[in-house]
Ligand binder design. Structure first.
Ligand code: GDP
Ligand code: MG
Length: 162
């Protein structure tokens, strides 16, 4: 059975874009409007000759109460089923209360968790990512899922932790 990497986070942070980057195809649905990702779709992926599954999560409710509920459901599903969890945060927004809630849940996980600070499209944007240390999940790995910046290093780190 292949190891499973679950990508979790708020709507619109770039989870599906990162999944597409990892699988090298455009199969995960990227949308400017939150909520279009089908729940928990898994794709086969490989990096430097190692194969694994990557799971895109989503299935969001439009209202804030539903959002909180789905983020905890998403995190708890990932904690039960994945071998590694990547929490994606939008570095241009910073840590929202929803990000903090899911980080709090994930800090209890026995599963290893990596923090990806997405939308760091340029060197200038790197300063934004530093505040994400406050989530208590260690180093924010700076990436731009849409440009591919930093994603090779993130994949190296994923495989080291897997
Ligand atoms: P999801 O809801 O977390 O799955 O997010 P999506 O992958 O659907 O992306 C949401 C929006 O963020 C889309 O408009 C993407 O094009 C955009 N996006 C994703 N990654 C990046 C990035 O690295 N940089 C920038 N600037 N935009 C991004
Ligand atoms: Mg999505």
């Amino acid at each position: 059975k292949l190891p499973v990497v679950a990508i979790v986070g708020r709507p619109n942070v770039g989870k599906s874009t990162l999944v597409n980057r990892i699988i090298g195809r455009r199969e995960a649905v990227v949308e400017d409007v939150p909520g279009v990702t089908r729940d928990r779709v898994s794709y086969p992926a490989s990096w430097i000759g190692r194969r694994f599954m990557v799971t895109d999560t989503g299935g969001w409710e439009p209202d804030a109460k539903g959002l909180q509920q789905s983020i905890s459901a998403q995190a708890e599903f990932a904690m039960r089923t994945a071998d590694l969890i990547v929490l994606v945060v939008d570095a241009t927004v910073g840590a929202t209360s929803t990000d903090e809630a899911v980080a709090r849940t994930l800090r209890r996980a026995k599963t290893p968790v990596l923090l990806a600070a997405n939308k760091v499209d340029s060197e200038r944007a790197e300063a934004d990512a530093a505040v994400l240390w406050s989530l208590g999940l260690g180093e924010p790995h700076m990436i731009s899922a849409s440009h591919g910046r930093g994603t090779a290093d993130l994949l190296d780190t994923i495989l080291e932790a897997l």
